[in-house]
Design a protein around this ligand. Structure first.
Ligand SMILES: [Ca+2]
Ligand SMILES: [Zn+2]
Length: 579
């Protein structure tokens, strides 16, 4: 009796997961992964949270089909293998044993992660905290590079050429792998900014790609020698320009590490994180010979498109290429118990949160948004390909869009979210930034705040000023369009809009109220301005093939105080389509 019930359960289980498994690679089966941080990752004692994590793995992750759990472990862990490293009042082997047991019971592959090279902690018990000599001092970039590496000072790296550093790194990787009883280790290596510093006696004037590849190779060689597989993040291998995307150096490299992609072994599994859009990065890694796992975070449409993309790639006629599309892994970027809190809808109300939580993305905003993405993703990975396509089409329809046929959205903060802004004259009360409190579409819109007399202006550069010379060809379009809402006690007396190209040449500025009479009434309105009017207004050297920024000018005789929300900046040819 018991046996036949079990059989039925097994059959039902297989039926439930069959479509997703078939869509994945034959070699490993489709990866339905989940990446999160070990309780206590950021500090404190994570041990009291282990019980809820065990429950969550069993009752939520496994029952929703997760088969790979990557657990990122920081230095706040009971390491015993390296002097001074770790914390004895944190999670350690006893807690890991419990997690290993529940993963084994549920058929979940457990992979520990330790950040190598970049993203190094510097506090007590960490590698750089205890051995500051190992740190790569951020300085000038190598002279042979023509463009600067502006991110040099973001985050800390260890020097890959420092003698003895690998003794520590390899020992820690081995200790983690043994404690987790793992056949695979995730070694991080994302967002490595400090590299090839001219302040480093060993790395100065060396090629960042060679240094990065050297470290990847050294770690890979070590893991292979212990018969373990290596997973890592993929961003340092990517160049935005080659992918036709706009990025400012996080999801792609702009510190010249990208040629490393051709200098490292293809046995590595690349975790390709792309959080705000879905460029053809899995295709890129597969072409280069890597197996790839696509990784979303907190945007649902991105996650579902990635799922579809990975399935399409896994169905490639070329069986060898198809087998390299491994699947998808939800990332969270919060400690596991915080994700669980968000999943259970138990986030403390705003008034009970300290200011840094209310204002920042972590942990609650990130937990809440990634929980909602994971809910949708883990429903969708059960769907057949046909059902998934249908679901994606429905989602697409839900999304309010500006423009008509042939539209181009250059910024909406949601599907197209890159860029940076500037507002002036310089004052704490004058800012432009993406925010979530007031939007026209999706979850994000821009808010331009102004306060004072005279001229107050802002611009939003949807390319983020990089790479130099990049711009949008707007010659196929007849109109600029954007949504606007103006609020505040003292709205500006006049409001103008214009465009700037990559060589900093502006079009003339046109009055927004001339094209949208009610623009200042405190409600959302679409502003539609024929591009011809800009070009006719003033003869300038504005380059229509390299549009880069929308700028707004306000002017007030008496003191103003206002917020101008802007969403869905785009170009279209609707007037031409509907004469
Ligand atoms: Ca938006
Ligand atoms: Zn160095």
């Amino acid at each position: 009796m018991v046996k036949s019930t079990q059989l039925i359960l097994v059959a039902a289980y297989i039926a439930l997961w069959a479509p997703a498994t078939e869509a994945g690679s034959a070699a490993e089966g489709a990866v339905r992964g989940f990446h999160t941080l070990m309780p206590g990752y950021w500090g404190g004692d994570g041990r009291p949270h282990i019980a809820e994590c065990e429950r969550f793995i069993r009752e939520v992750l496994a029952s929703r089909g997760v088969n790979v759990l990557v657990l990122e472990v920081g230095y706040n862990f009971q390491y015993k293998s390296c002097p001074k490293i770790g914390n004895l009042k944190a999670v350690g082997p006893d807690e890991v044993k419990r997690l290993v047991a529940v993963c084994r019971e549920t058929g979940t592959r457990l992979i520990p992660e330790l950040n190598c090279l970049g993203h190094q902690a510097t506090g007590p018990g960490s590698l750089l905290g205890e051995y500051p000599d190992f740190q790569e001092k951020p300085g000038q970039y190598p002279k042979f590079l023509k463009e600067p590496m502006p991110e040099q000072t973001r985050g800390a790296s260890y020097c890959p050429l420092r003698p003895e550093v690998h003794k520590f790194v390899f020992t820690l990787l081995d200790e983690l792998a043994e404690t987790f009883d793992a056949d695979t280790v995730h070694v991080g290596m994302d967002e490595v900014f400090a590299i090839a510093s001219s302040q480093c006696p060993r790395c100065a004037e060396k090629d960042p790609a060679v240094l990065f590849a050297g470290e990847v190779n050294a770690i890979h060689e070590h893991l292979v020698s212990t018969k373990r597989a290596m997973w890592m993040w993929g961003d340092r291998f990517l160049l935005a320009r080659e992918l036709g995307v706009v990025d400012w150096g996080w999801a792609t490299s702009r510190n010249y590490t990208h040629p490393a992609v051709d200098k490292v072994p293809t046995g590595i599994v690349v975790c390709d994180w792309q959080y705000e859009r879905t460029p053809a990065t899995p295709q890129f890694f597969i072409r280069k010979g890597f197996r790839v796992v696509s990784c979303p975070w907190w945007m649902e449409d991105v996650a579902l498109k990635q799922l579809k993309m990975m399935r399409d790639l896994a169905a490639d006629q070329d069986k060898k290429a198809a087998a390299k599309s491994l699947g998808i892994m939800q990332t969270t970027w919060v400690e596991m118990q915080d994700f669980i809190t968000a999943w259970n809808d138990k986030i403390p109300p705003l008034e009970k949160q300290p200011e840094w939580q209310r204002k920042g993305d972590f942990p609650w905003k990130a937990a809440k948004r990634s929980a909602s993405v994971f809910k949708s993703l883990s429903e969708c990975w059960r769907l057949s390909d046909e059902e998934l396509s249908k679901r994606l089409a429905e989602k697409e329809k839900e999304k309010p869009r500006t423009g008509a046929a042939g539209e181009l959205v250059v910024w909406d903060g949601d599907g197209v979210a890159g860029g940076v802004g500037w507002a002036g004259p310089q004052s704490e009360a004058i800012t432009i930034r993406p925010q979530e409190a007031e939007t026209h579409n999706g979850k994000v819109a821009l808010e331009f705040r102004g306060e004072g007399k005279g001229w107050i202006g802002c611009l939003w550069n949807w390319h983020g000023w990089w790479p130099e010379g990049i711009g949008t060809d707007i010659t196929p379009y007849t109109h600029l369009s954007f949504w606007i809402k103006v609020t505040g006690d003292a709205k500006p007396e006049s409001l103008e809009a214009g465009l700037t190209c990559s060589t900093a040449k502006k079009t003339g500025a046109l009055s927004v109220t001339k094209y949208c009479a009610d623009a200042l009434d405190g409600k959302w309105h679409e502003v539609l301005i024929p591009l011809k009017d800009f070009y006719d207004k003033e003869k300038t050297e504005f380059d229509q093939q390299k549009a880069q920024q929308l700028y707004l000018n306000t002017w007030s005789q008496t003191a103003s105080k206002f917020s101008i929300f802007v969403d869905e900046i785009g170009f279209d040819s609707r007037a031409a389509a509907k004469p």
